[in-house]
Design a protein around this ligand. Sequence first.
Ligand SMILES: C[S@@+](CC[C@H](N)C(=O)[O-])C[C@H]1O[C@@H](n2cnc3c(N)ncnc32)[C@H](O)[C@@H]1O
Length: 242
Amino acid sequence: MNDQQEWQEQDSDDFIELGEYFVPERQVQMDVITSVIPEPQEPGEILDLCCGQGRLSEALLKAFPKSTVVGLDLSTAMLGTASRELSGHGTRFRTEQFDLAERNWRTRAEAPAAVVSSLAVHHLDGPGKRELFRDVHAMLRPGGSLVIADLVQPTGARGLELTRRMWDESVREQSLAGTGGLRPYERFHELEWSCYQYPDELDKPSSVLDQLNWLRDAGFGEVDLYWMKAGHAIFGGVKAGK
Ligand SMILES: C[S@@+](CC[C@H](N)C(=O)[O-])C[C@H]1O[C@@H](n2cnc3c(N)ncnc32)[C@H](O)[C@@H]1O
């Protein structure tokens, strides 16, 4: 995504416009995430870290009608869009501005029933992810889960080339299917969006294996990889107890 080191508001605008073409099988991913979160036994909060324009938050609100969803993000453009688009859910949805890398938001008044995040944790480096997994494990209520959908790093040159090609083909297909043309696919390249083709300082994906180990080290059980395609994986774990 060029050589910037931090997510910019222009990236938010680009993602709002083009995310549906750039992200492989978005609807499938939402279904997987909502399927693997254990139904909360009691009403409670689900945190959507780096909620963007609120697509995943919306799926969570529909899947868990007794729960409240808190969408957290740094971008005012994203928070504004999410608040507007999910205003129909009243007090069941609210936003908070936060910086994922900071730790001040990780002490909550109420222990969340679940924490999810889509396409954002790769902005943290390896030690940052490990710390996040430990802090989320500490904050969750017993029986609560952490589910992450994110870019993951292949560990060899052949895996990297396959991943690059599969993501490219996915964007091409979704571009043709959605618009009848290749403009979103061309923008994908103009913006140098794929970290597998255009590595940059902003994107720091870690391997699946490392992240599953870090979840286990943080104390999570039932640690699993639930779904994967073209460098996009969904994985998570559950905190013991009820
Ligand atoms: C690729 S978008 C994904 C949005 C949404 N989760 C989705 O899947 O549609 C990445 C999101 O992470 C947010 N973000 C990036 N860096 C962040 C940070 N340090 N703290 C909080 N949010 C951040 C961006 O504002 C953006 O909304």
